[in-house]
Structures are given as structure tokens and as C-alpha cells.
Design a protein around this ligand. Structure first.
Ligand code: ATP
Ligand code: MG
Length: 453
């Protein structure tokens, strides 16, 4: 693979600081890989023979991370002056002893770049570039060309040192559209259980990266094949034993396969919507029932059980409150009806329960769900429903949408039934419609009492 690698000027300028001070400096890891693959890079990592305190001396602003020996330096790209980059510089390091499958017991500096490359996880990440020469000690360029993910050195040992690498291999495969080399793949399967030593925050980071990649469904298939899935998402693993092919039903796949196919076909890049697509049917495990006579399989209320389970997953993955709410809502509401006979009021209620911010996502999930069960992407009913969603949101609210009723008016003001009640409601409605009053029960009741005085 002969290619000239173009380092942007602001990165060259940064490297010059080290060169001028008499040190070696290399771009390493993902950035070199991305340069070779012509992918854009946000994340620049460097390695040098300068030590942390020396590196810190070169720059006004920097932070030292003790755990990894990394100095973090914020850099402004002067060409596109608004973009800020976080450059990470780590002095040449050796692989040191690991005693808990995740942290090196202590950091040891290395003398040479070659030693440093030896400690890196995969060959595709074990390249260094000083602006002129590419240092390749593990046939990295060959593997990049052949699109192969291969552990540097003995895969079994490398996964035992740091079990997060099990997921990183799969993450790179789904991001880059690479395959995992056989020995490395076997070693992932063999060591899958070690993932239990890794914190859920770190697992979540890699998992969300898999979901956000160009090939999330392939990522989940890798997790399943290697046996990692049962440790990370046992709720989904259980779905693969639930059959749903039965008379009068359109399903062709078991629930697990259907979930992956739904993820594959949900037309969004949003990782939480993708997560919901993957989990939308997890409630089927507990609710499956087969009619003895007809053989028909049903899953009553699976979306309610599923929402509860999704909440558990969100908690375990330490999702933010907002992410959790979205995940749970999408799983809970994925069974929404597109029946053409629904009233405007019913459609409004649907919009309220899903939330306008999740409306497109729940529709996307429906598209994925349909294709993922072997149906057409949409139906005339679905299209009609989408039109009505838009129309209903455009239409002004009517007096019937007020959060109080005639009964509330009569009770609050002590009035008997009659045309007066309607008039009062109309007056309130005017104010809500023109935005001077909020459509909230408490506020509307207060307004009523105010006018009474
Ligand atoms: P990206 O930035 O796209 O996530 P990357 O390859 O740069 O990909 P980082 O997590 O930024 O990945 O790490 C930078 C480099 O540090 C990697 O390319 C790899 O060489 C090394 N590295 C990171 N994590 C590990 C690890 N757990 N074990 C061994 N080497 C690692
Ligand atoms: Mg990186």
C-alpha cells in the first residue's frame, strides 16, 4: 500500500513544537488508520519520547491523566478557527502487568516507538507516522488493505490483559466494515466471560459506538456469535429462542433475529432509537402463548413488559435520564395503531403520550419493524396516519381539547348547566389559542376563580 499521507497544517504545527525541542513525535492509532482509509479524523492521538512534565512545559494549557500517562492538550484549528480539537499525547509505553483484566497495575515507559506499537490492541491501530515515515511492525497496512481486525501478538493474552478489547474489536468491525481474523475471533469467544470485569460505563461507550456505526446490525450479530451478548444484553439473547411463526401471522423470524433485522432497517442514525429498535420486542419472552388448538402464537401486552425491561437495561447501562425516557417510551409505544377511523382527539392523545420530539423516531421504528418482519416498508394506512399526524398538529385546538370541562366550570363557579358554561369555556379557549393562557388544569381553574371575584 503506497500512499502519501497528508497531515493537516495545524497538526504539523503541533508536531513541530516537539521536533523543535529535540523530541520525536508520531501520530498513532485511529488517526493513521483513518488517513490510510481516507476517512476524516476527529480524534488525533500522538506518542513521543518526551515525558509528561516535559510535554506539559511546551503548552499553556494541558491536563495530565495519571492512569494512562496521557497529556491532554486543547488545540484550535486555525484554518477553520471555530473547531477545537483535543490532542492526546502519551509517551512511549510498554505493556505492563494486568491483574484484573482491565487496568495495568502501573505504567511503564518504553524507549522506542516499536515497543510502544507492540502494546496496542489491534494491528489496524498499531501504526505510527512521524510526517515522513510510517512505522509498521505488525503488517498493519496489509490488514487495513484486506479489511481485517487482528490482535497484535497473542490474541488470547491480549484479551486477558484488557477485556474491553473484546468489544473494541467488534466496534471497529462495525465502524469500518472489517472482518475479525479467525484466531482473534476465536479468542473473543473464548474470553467473552471476562467482559464481566469491565464497568458498565465503558461497556456502554463501546455499545453506543456499535449502535452509532454504519453497520449496527452486524455489530450485534458479532456480539451474539462471540457469546458477548448474553453477558451484555441477556434480555435480547433470550429472544432468539422465541419462535413466532404461526398460522395467520406474518412473522418469519424468531424474536431475536427479528430484533436485529428491525435495527438494520430502522432509518435513523440516532443511537437511542436504534437501541429501542433492538429492544422493542424483549417483552415477548415473558408473554408468549401458544393456543393448543389453533397453534396461534400471541404476545399480549408485550410492549408493557418490554418497557419495564427496557428501563432495567437503561439503568444497567447508566443511560442519562433523557436517554432512558426516550428508550422506554419508544419500546412502550411501538404498537401504536394506524387505524384510519381514529378521531383527531385520539391522534392528539397519541402525540402527547409519545411526545412530539419522539414522533419521527417512533415512525422510524415502525418502518424498521415492518421491514424486519418481511413486510413492505409502509402501508396506505401508515401513510394516511402520518398525514393526519401532520394535519392534526397544524389544526388549532378546539374547545374540547381544553384541560378542563363544563363540569369543572360549574363546580368552580357554582353555576347550573346552561349556555353560559359553553360561553365561559369559549372565552378560556380563546386565551389558550392565542397563547396568553397555558392549557393546564391548575392554571385554567385559577383563571376561573379570578374572574369570579
Ligand atoms: P477512535 O478514536 O475512532 O475511537 P482509536 O483507534 O483512535 O479509534 P482510541 O480509543 O482513541 O481508539 O485509542 C487510541 C489508540 O490507543 C488506539 O488506536 C490503540 O492503538 C490504543 N488503544 C486504545 N485503547 C486500547 C486498549 N484498550 N488496549 C490497547 N491499545 C489501546
Ligand atoms: Mg482515537
Amino acid at each position: 500500500m503506497k500512499k502519501s499521507l497528508k497531515i493537516p497544517q495545524f497538526v504539523e504545527n503541533f508536531m513541530d513544537v516537539f521536533r523543535k525541542n529535540g523530541y520525536k513525535i508520531f501520530v498513532v492509532g485511529g488517526a493513521v488508520r483513518d488517513l490510510l482509509l481516507d476517512r476524516s479524523t476527529q480524534n488525533w492521538d500522538f506518542t513521543t519520547n518526551a515525558k509528561p512534565d516535559e510535554i506539559q512545559g511546551f503548552f499553556d494549557k494541558s491536563i495530565y491523566n495519571n492512569d494512562f500517562g496521557t497529556v491532554v492538550i486543547p488545540i484550535q484549528n486555525t484554518a477553520t478557527s471555530k473547531i477545537k480539537f483535543i490532542f492526546e499525547v502519551t509517551p512511549f509505553r510498554k505493556e505492563s502487568s494486568y491483574d484484573d483484566f482491565r487496568h495495568p497495575t502501573h505504567i511503564e515507559w518504553a524507549q522506542t516507538i516499536e515497543e510502544d506499537l507492540q502494546r496496542r490492541d489491534f494491528t489496524i491501530n498499531a501504526l505510527a507516522y512521524d510526517g515522513k515515515h510510517l512505522i509498521d511492525i505488525s503488517e498493519s497496512q496489509h490488514d487495513i488493505e484486506k479489511k481485517i481486525i487482528r490482535a497484535v501478538g497473542d490474541p488470547d493474552q491480549r484479551f486477558k490483559e484488557d477485556a474491553l478489547r473484546l468489544m473494541r474489536a467488534i466496534r471497529f468491525a462495525s465502524e469500518l466494515e472489517f472482518l475479525i481474523e479467525e484466531k482473534t475471533h476465536k479468542a473473543i469467544a473464548h474470553n467473552a466471560h471476562l467482559i464481566q470485569n469491565i464497568s458498565w460505563e465503558r461497556i456502554r461507550e463501546e455499545f453506543i459506538k456499535i449502535l452509532s456505526s454504519d453497520h449496527p446490525a452486524e455489530g450485534i450479530i458479532f456480539l451474539k456469535q462471540t457469546g458477548l451478548l448474553k453477558f451484555i444484553l441477556p434480555e435480547l439473547e433470550a429472544c432468539f429462542s422465541i419462535e413466532q411463526k404461526s398460522p395467520k401471522r406474518h412473522h418469519i423470524y424468531d424474536v431475536g433475529t427479528h430484533s436485529i433485522e428491525t435495527l438494520r432497517h430502522t432509518p435513523t442514525k440516532d443511537p437511542i432509537t436504534r437501541f429501542a429498535a433492538l429492544l422493542h420486542d424483549i417483552g415477548k419472552v415473558e408473554t408468549v402463548q401458544k393456543d393448543k388448538q389453533t397453534g396461534v402464537i400471541t404476545f399480549h401486552d408485550h410492549e408493557i413488559i418490554g418497557a419495564k425491561k427496557a428501563e432495567g437495561v437503561a439503568y444497567r447501562f447508566r443511560l442519562s435520564r433523557k436517554q432512558k425516557e426516550k428508550l422506554v417510551t419508544l419500546v412502550h409505544r411501538h404498537m401504536f395503531s394506524v387505524q384510519e377511523k381514529q378521531t383527531d382527539k385520539a391522534i392528539r392523545r397519541f402525540i402527547r403520550t409519545v411526545g412530539t420530539e419522539n414522533l419521527q423516531d417512533v415512525l422510524d421504528l415502525r418502518t424498521g419493524d415492518r421491514i424486519g418482519s418481511g413486510s413492505q416498508p409502509t402501508s396506505w394506512r401508515t401513510e394516511l396516519f402520518k398525514k393526519r399526524l401532520i394535519e392534526v398538529q397544524k389544526k388549532p385546538f378546539t374547545v374540547h381539547d381544553l384541560k378542563i370541562t363544563g363540569n369543572d366550570v360549574m363546580k368552580t363557579l357554582g353555576l347550573p348547566p346552561g349556555p353560559k358554561i359553553g360561553e365561559i369555556l369559549e372565552q378560556l379557549f380563546e386565551k389558550v389559542a392565542d397563547g396568553t393562557l397555558k392549557n393546564e388544569k391548575k392554571i385554567l381553574l385559577e383563571e376561573l376563580s379570578k374572574n369570579e371575584k
